[in-house]
Design a binder for this molecule. Structure first.
Ligand code: PEP
Ligand code: MN
Length: 337
């Protein structure tokens, strides 16, 4: 069960609750979030002692949650809107995130950002400075130099930066330069990285591992939330199946399934499952029709020359065409881009 505390609960009050939980043989986990402090009481039949905890002055309300994921469960909270200086994810507006797979130099990355910014008022620029590549001989990303380019783009265009940390040691750096910390598919179950992201002061964009179930995905989000950071955006990006004409199979059903089970916003990356730019539009439309709160699309000023993932990357003009169609689907559903 989860005890949601009243605002202003003191350390002493929290300690009393923790001590009581321990006396019962339960494991209390305190999570001090930006908005409220909660205590997760772990242990079999903890709910049977509910009245003991209700008696504490500092306890606002108690939620019983039977699923293995608790803090990210819809049973605890109806909806989370991640708000970065007024740019929201999980609200009525479809959050558009676009940019190249990799940050490769100032000129092309800045030009891409300027083009993308004009389209549908895209508020988020996405580019990787640390790249998880299948081969150690492929371009590994520009590292901190790339982060500096992203920061400059943010200052010039006003766009918020989404960028990946692949390792615990990179989290602080990404926090310093970026606005949203991406955890890539291959790291979805890097639990130490997830815990570190849970301590970060910026929201986390968690991508689904391509061989992971929805439950495992939510448990990974729970790792982040359990450290105090509940500003998490879930991103479906395709899973491995026997389908051989696309790079991955976009699990469109994951969108409504996730939205039924968690309060967190759910976005879709249509580029990685598509594998080829010609399919990105259809997957974008399907995702928004299924209820996605946002899209993360790979765009490059000159896709054929992109350092990574060029085949699935669209040009700014193609991106504008996709956004135009997406806006019509969104409007049909009472949403907007
Ligand atoms: C990416 O976003 O460029 C990327 C590497 O994605 P994923 O982790 O989903 O493969
Ligand atoms: Mn990519």
């Amino acid at each position: 069960m989860i005890l949601t505390l009243k605002q202003g609960a003191t350390d002493q009050q929290i300690k009393q609750i923790e001590d009581t939980a321990k006396e019962f043989g339960f494991i209390p986990e305190v999570s001090r979030g930006r908005e409220k402090t909660i205590i997760l009481i772990k242990g079999e039949n903890a709910i049977l002692t509910r009245d003991k905890f209700e008696a504490f002055e500092a306890v606002d309300f108690i939620t019983r949650i039977s699923e293995p994921f608790k803090l990210v469960s819809k049973k605890w909270k109806e909806k989370t809107v991640v708000d970065i200086d007024g740019e929201k994810i999980g609200d009525k507006k479809i959050a558009l995130m676009a940019g190249p797979c990799s940050v490769e130099n100032m000129v092309t990355t800045m030009k891409t950002a300027e083009e993308v910014r004009k389209t549908g008022n895209t508020p988020f620029f996405r580019g990787g400075a640390f790249k998880p590549r299948t081969s150690p001989y492929s371009f590994q990303g520009m590292g901190e130099e790339g982060l500096k380019i992203l920061k400059e783009i943010s200052l010039k265009t006003g766009m918020k930066i989404v960028t990946e940390a692949m390792d615990v040691r990179q989290v602080e750096l990404v926090e310093q330069y970026g606005d949203i910390l991406q955890v890539g598919a291959r790291n979805m179950q890097n639990f130490e990285l997830l815990k570190e992201c849970g301590k970060a002061k910026i929201p986390v964009l968690l991508k689904r591992g391509f061989s992971n179930t929805v439950t495992e995905f939510l448990m990974s989000a729970e790792y982040v939330a359990s450290e105090g950071n509940t500003d998490i955006i879930l991103c479906e990006r395709g899973i491995r199946t026997f389908s051989d004409f696309v790079r991955f199979t976009l699990d469109v059903s994951a969108v409504p399934v996730l939205k039924a089970n968690t309060h967190l916003p759910v976005i879709v990356d249509p580029s990685h499952p598509a594998g080829k730019r010609e399919f990105v539009e259809a997957l974008s439309l399907a995702s928004v029709a299924a209820g996605a709160d946002g899209l993360l699309i790979e765009v490059h000023i000159n896709p054929e020359k992109a350092t990574s993932d060029g085949a699935q990357t669209v040009s700014p003009a193609q991106y504008a065409g996709i956004v135009d169609k997406v806006s019509r689907v969104a409007e049909a559903l009472g949403r907007q881009v």
